[in-house]
Design a protein around this ligand. Structure first.
Ligand SMILES: Nc1ncnc2c1ncn2[C@@H]1O[C@H](COP(=O)(O)OP(=O)(O)O)[C@@H](O)[C@H]1O
Ligand SMILES: [Mg+2]
Length: 307
């Protein structure tokens, strides 16, 4: 199978509101496909359609070879799904939760014991199998929820903001597991607000108001979206000088990043001019995905307002 997921003009409307607008994407086996966009842009709605939970209004799609509109029930046994509100049973033990999901996903009896053991190991819960889930910290709960979602070795795993509300250390551990799964051949589609996680994706789709506005590898996005030379500018009172800098003829964009400004210049030679004019220190930097998203959002706004 060349693609695990394909959609063609996939659309979902709620009454007169269009939540997902003619979305066409393709996901290859073993990819970590980052699905990014502001709150309310249609990420969860898309994932629900791909999981066969929500019927598309228009357009079409295939997941693991089955049609979304006519074969949704055939898709379900091949996918794993985990949302922000991971559904564990607090009053069951670690093992009982895994046994429950092994049953739900019809993991063959002879494989269950081994599979549960593997998931306990993966979650770092060896020795705590009999502990109630209620007593686990959020990071452990999240890794256990992941174990429940992949206990049946699904071909594709959908993760909808799986790392919201957990510590940076746990987030990193979680993404290491995701990367290992992908290396072993599991396809992963993940939504996240964290740019360090987006950087670890093999492909990124960025949606805004239900429409796809960019789709490429992180490196290609950096090279294609940012047209110009990006500089990090260290000056006094960056907020106060923002407008003045934006008015310079060779400045294409200017945005605040903590105590620094990121200034997009037309050419390399403008670095020195910028330093001279602002009496600050300007260094050329490699654009982060955050810079890419700021640029994309601006481009979209400009296209809409016709500026
Ligand atoms: N069942 C529903 N009925 C009506 N509107 C919905 C429903 N589900 C989602 N929406 C709306 O669709 C838009 C996209 O929602 P969602 O897919 O949850 O966005 P995201 O996951 O990107 O934050 C939002 O404006 C949301 O309010
Ligand atoms: Mg969502």
């Amino acid at each position: 199978m060349e693609y695990v997921v394909t959609t063609d003009q996939l659309t979902k409307t709620f009454g007169s509101f269009t939540a997902v607008n003619q979305l066409s994407i393709a996901i290859r086996p073993g990819e970590i496909y980052g699905f990014l966009g502001p709150n309310g842009s249609g990420k969860s709605t898309t994932i629900r359609m791909l999981c066969g939970i929500l019927e598309p209004t228009a357009g079409s799609g295939r997941v693991v070879g089955f049609d979304l509109a006519t074969e949704a029930e055939k898709i379900k046994p091949h996918i794993g799904y985990m949302s922000q509100k991971f559904s564990l049973y607090d009053d069951l033990t670690v093992c009982e939760n895994l046994e429950f999901y092994a049953g739900l996903y019809s993991v063959p009896w002879r494989e269950r014991k081994v599979r549960i053991l593997e998931m306990v190991e993966m979650a770092g819960l060896a020795g705590r199998e009999k502990e109630l889930v209620a007593n686990l910290s959020v990071g452990f709960k999240q890794r256990l929820a992941l174990g429940c979602a992949i206990i049946s070795k699904p071909a594709i795993l959908f993760l909808d903001e799986p790392t919201s509300g957990i510590s940076p250390t746990s987030r990193k551990m979680f993404f290491n597991i995701i990367q290992r799964l992908a290396n072993e051949g599991t396809t992963v589609m993940v939504t996240t607000h964290f740019m360090d996680e987006a950087e670890r994706c093999s492909s990124i789709a960025f949606i805004s108001e239900g429409s796809l506005i960019a789709n490429d590898t992180p490196d290609n996005l950096r090279n294609k979206v940012i047209e110009g030379v990006l500089a990090e500018l260290e000056i006094e009172d960056p907020m106060g000088k923002l407008q003045e800098i934006e008015r310079l003829t060779y400045v294409k964009e200017c945005s605040v990043h903590g105590s620094l400004l990121h200034v997009l210049l037309e050419q390399e030679q403008h670095l020195q001019e910028l330093q001279a004019v602002t009496r600050g220190r300007a260094n050329r930097i490699t654009p982060s995905l955050e810079d890419v998203f700021i640029a994309l959002s601006r481009k979209k706004r400009r296209a809409e307002t016709g500026e």
